[in-house]
Design a protein around this ligand. Structure first.
Ligand SMILES: [Ca+2]
Ligand SMILES: [Ca+2]
Ligand SMILES: [Ca+2]
Length: 345
């Protein structure tokens, strides 16, 4: 334990080889910690600083194109457009004389290869008339498939899976939902200070911290569970210092329980000796089963099916008189059809 005795002089670990820190070393009474400059995040060893890929996290704010750089990122524009003073938005390099494009805040008219052309911001595409930009419905394209839960939004979308499935993204960006055993977890980070923007899951602060905490939790769980562990998803941050809520996903064949997961994470943190990108309060660890049957929106059971909660998942069973006609790859009881039709005399 670090001594708080005022008689023993503090050792400034930062005075030797910067404390082993990649960037910033912060000495404090009895101990020290590493930190990183803006644009970097502390690695799993608690010393190395890794570049944040703002383009991949979608925190860049670029209207059109984004290129990640070490410690930062740069926005750029397609042919015919140039960056304006904001550094994120694009304006026409040569103004159009005849063509007009709409809506004004999304469409820009530019001269491309000598022809006046309407250009749309990211998340939008030109309609058939080639002058009006319209939302791309990603639920029909990049976020489409069995067990996928997609919400299309103006200029964006969210992509997830129905309860009982976990979203996996392949190297080429295609997504699929694989069956999972899933639990809800909570843990308190003591080495960071809560800020109000962490309550907004769409904020750059949330996305950046969530990616970093996910990596750390994934490493900790993997060290104890191996291949049975599939990954965590950060679902929220709240004040105190930072309470992290997350889902932990396992292979469906896993025998882990809420209690064994809680013990595994606690042991993994203890084994790491408290070093790493984050300090956690071990007494704050909680893992519990999710009762997917508690509300209709939290499960994929058909309205003519019963829902039974299980540890790590749930089951759906079609009511008597109904046949289970759930498509291949989906949960049983997702679609229930009446077995016979009664004809009026
Ligand atoms: Ca970067
Ligand atoms: Ca959209
Ligand atoms: Ca459950």
């Amino acid at each position: 334990m670090a001594s708080t005795d005022t008689d023993s002089p503090d050792i400034d670990e930062c005075s030797t080889s910067n404390g082993g820190c990649g960037q910033v070393c912060q000495n404090s009474p009895g101990t020290f910690s590493c930190a990183c400059n803006q644009g970097y995040t502390l690695g799993a060893d608690g010393k190395t600083c890794n570049d944040i890929d703002e383009c991949a996290l979608n925190t860049d704010g670029c209207e059109h194109l984004c290129t990640n750089t070490n410690g930062s990122f740069v926005c750029s524009c397609p042919e015919g457009l140039k960056l304006d003073n904001s550094g994120t938005n694009c304006v026409a390099a040569d103004a159009c004389l005849s063509l007009s494009c709409s809506p004004a805040n999304i469409a820009t008219c530019a001269v491309v290869s000598g022809a006046e052309t309407c250009m749309c911001a990211a998340g939008y595409e030109l309609g058939s008339n080639a002058t009006v930009c319209q939302d791309i419905n990603e639920c029909n394209t990049v976020c489409n498939g069995t067990n996928i839960a997609c919400t299309n939004m103006e200029g964006s979308h969210t992509c997830g899976c129905v309860a009982g499935f976990y979203l996996e993204t392949a190297g080429d960006g295609t997504v699929s939902c694989v069956a999972t055993k899933s639990f809800s977890g909570s843990i308190k980070i003591t080495s960071r200070t809560y800020t109000a923007d962490l309550a907004d899951m769409t904020s750059a602060a949330f996305k950046t911290l969530a990616a970093s905490v996910k990596t750390t939790l994934d490493d900790l769980y993997t060290s104890k569970l191996g291949d049975a562990f599939k990954g965590t998803e950060i679902t929220g941050f709240s004040n105190g210092s930072i309470v992290t809520d997350y889902n932990v996903n396992l292979a469906p064949s896993s025998n882990e329980t809420a209690n064994s997961l809680s013990t595994a994470l606690s042991d993994a943190i203890q084994d790491s000796g408290g070093s790493g990108a984050f300090s956690f309060d071990p007494s704050s660890i909680s893992v519990s089963d999710v009762d997917e049957c508690a509300s209709a929106g939290a499960n994929s059971c058909h309205m003519q099916a019963t829902c039974d909660n299980t540890e790590g998942s749930y089951t759906c069973t079609c009511l008597t008189g109904y046949t289970d006609s759930s498509p291949a790859g989906t949960k049983s009881g997702s679609i229930c059809e009446a077995q016979w039709t009664v004809f009026a005399p």
